[in-house]
Ligand binder design. Structure first.
Ligand code: NAP
Length: 519
């Protein structure tokens, strides 16, 4: 069996001792193994800071952008081979795999363009300068400069390519070296991407490192100039924040965690309208794409009480046709969830939701599977629940079931709807489907404080929107509360995490000369 290596301190090295086994979730066959035991991760952090950081800071934004563009092109050029790995190790259908891999190359390309726009600078002016004294000579100006640390990127299992690409794009463009640690269970795609980037000799030494396997003592080596961007469960996010060196050293931490994203059908969106069809399309896509293993997937579907039966029937009709099975086969829409543990968690989660709601499709019983081996694979059929009395429900607002599972909830009036959405405790994204501006305004100003992003679905954009589940490089990704309190991407905003904003105060001619400002 292949032993996956880490790429640290400028070399490929394999760990020793007890190995974690990566499997094919369709067949349960082992596909590779990995360990970080015996690796000197402290030296890896020091090497990345010294070699990678120094080299990247010497480059302009435009030059860093070109490196990022080459990364994007390398991933795109190897798309087919990466898709095969995503099918094998992630249980992705071809379409799921493209979503992840094209998400990586697309986000890198968007940041390459941003680098070109920023041009020949090495730092950013932050806002307008300001007169501080009696005369205009005493002046203040904020600047953002690359921090001198390393960015450690700990990623979740569901997006091995996109998770790597979207985080690396922001850090590298800011001038900060990256150590990426993919989730072990689906690491094959991320390892291959780093192999390709290293083989193509795109980046300066130390700019990109890879830790394959458990994080070991990696995070204990971080200090005050370093950054940790984590994506995964709320529990792991909370544990990381409490680490002594992270808290004491004020290591910058960004957490992207769980989310009970809502889809809200407005009372005006009549059956058969474009807005209603968009709503159905988005719910069905989010439940089935990547077998529902998207942090942005719709988990709660809010509908006017008098439309409950209609929406339930329309969703069931569409979801019933979604074939579950071997993701390599044409026509299969829902592949397996990624691991045996995921399967156990999803099944336990369905049970928990079903204690307060009724399963109207799917669930824990037998279901038809296309292809694959009998009694093998971590499959869950699309499962729709209806909670007719959600007022006292807790699980649906508190427990993210990370699989093809959603619950439909009726609402009575906008104030009750706003408080029901809020019960999710903070989310990455929710979507509102309505062409009624007054309703949309009530929703936006009611629920925006609880979300990082709101998708306003209406007939005017029905033919263009990729839906709430697609994270776009131009817009922020992250959310308050349960979602981790983090923020990534958002164009230029995504660089702020990796840069230090410093206020300079002094003589204006001195500042202008220093910063190359012509006024
Ligand atoms: P997880 O168990 O928390 O693991 C996430 C990552 O953290 C993995 O790389 C894991 O490494 C690592 N890790 C585990 N324990 C650690 C520790 N003590 N110190 C440092 N790193 C540690 O989460 P998951 O099950 O992979 O991911 C599913 C969750 O991620 C879902 O809840 C989902 O909502 C969330 N998610 C959020 C977003 C977002 O953008 N907000 C995106 C995707 C997923 P190993 O694999 O080696 O254990």
């Amino acid at each position: 069996m292949e032993t996956l290596k880490s790429y640290i301190s400028g070399a490929w090295v394999a760990g020793t001792g007890k190995m974690a086994t990566l499997v094919n979730p369709t067949t349960e066959e082992p596909v590779a193994q990995a360990s970080t035991e015996g690796l000197d991760l402290g030296a890896a952090v020091a090497f990345a800071r010294a070699e990678g950081g120094t080299a990247l800071r010497a480059l302009t934004f435009a030059q860093r952008g070109e490196l990022i563009r080459a990364m994007s092109r390398t991933i795109h050029a190897n798309r087919d081979a990466l898709i095969e790995l995503a099918i094998k190790n992630g249980g992705n259908t071809r379409s799921d795999a493209k979503f992840d891999i094209d998400g990586a190359s697309g986000t890198l390309a968007a940041y390459a363009d941003l680098g070109k726009e920023l041009g020949d600078q090495r730092f950013l002016l932050d806002g307008e300068g300001v007169q501080l004294g009696r005369s205009p000579r005493f002046f203040g100006q904020h600047v953002s400069v690359p921090r001198h640390g390393v960015a450690v990127h700990v990623n979740a299992f569901n997006f091995p390519a996109w998770g790597l690409g979207e985080k690396a794009a922001c850090a590298l463009l800011a001038g900060v070296p990256v150590i990426v640690k993919p989730a072990t269970s689906t690491a094959l795609v991320a390892v291959r991407i780093v192999e390709l980037i290293v083989a193509a000799n795109i980046l300066p030494r130390g700019a990109l490192s890879l830790v394959t396997g458990s994080p070991g003592d990696l995070l204990t080596h971080l200090g005050g100039q370093d950054m940790l961007a984590f994506t995964g469960s709320s529990d792991t996010g909370a544990a990381i924040r409490l680490m002594g060196n992270i808290a004491r050293g004020s290591v910058r931490v960004n957490v992207e965690a769980d989310s009970l994203n809502g889809a809200i059908l407005g009372p005006d969106a009549a059956q058969g309208s474009e807005t209603y069809n968009l709503f159905l399309k988005d719910v069905v896509r989010d439940m089935t794409q990547k077998a529902g293993q998207k942090c942005t997937a719709i988990r709660r579907v809010f509908v006017p009480r008098d439309r409950l039966a209609e929406v339930r029937d329309d969703l069931v009709e569409r979801l019933r046709d979604m074939k579950v099975g071997d993701p390599a086969l044409e026509g299969v829409i829902v592949g397996p969830v990624a691991t045996a543990q995921q399967l156990r968690d999803v099944r336990a989660g369905i049970e928990r939701l079903a204690a307060e709601a009724r399963i109207v499709l799917g669930g824990l019983g037998p279901f038809e599977k296309v292809g694959g081996l009998p009694d093998k694979g971590y499959f869950v059929p699309p499962t729709l629940l209806v909670n007719e009395a959600p007022e006292g429900a807790r699980a649906v607002h508190e427990h993210e079931v990370f699989g093809p599972v959603s619950t439909v909830l009726p609402y009575d009036g906008t104030p009750a709807l706003v408080s029901a959405v809020e019960k999710g405790g903070g989310g990455l994204v929710s979507s509102v489907y309505s062409d009624d501006r007054a309703f949309v305004a009530d929703m936006v100003f009611g629920i925006a404080p609880f979300h990082g992003r709101l998708m306003l679905g209406s007939e005017k954009i029905a033919d263009q929107t990729p839906g709430p589940g697609t994270v776009l490089p131009q817009l922020v990704h992250g959310g308050p509360g349960r979602a981790g309190g983090g923020e990534e991407l958002g164009g230029l905003r995504g660089l702020a995490f990796y840069m230090q904003r410093t206020a300079l105060q002094g003589a204006r001619p001195m500042l202008d000369a220093l910063l190359g400002v012509k006024r």
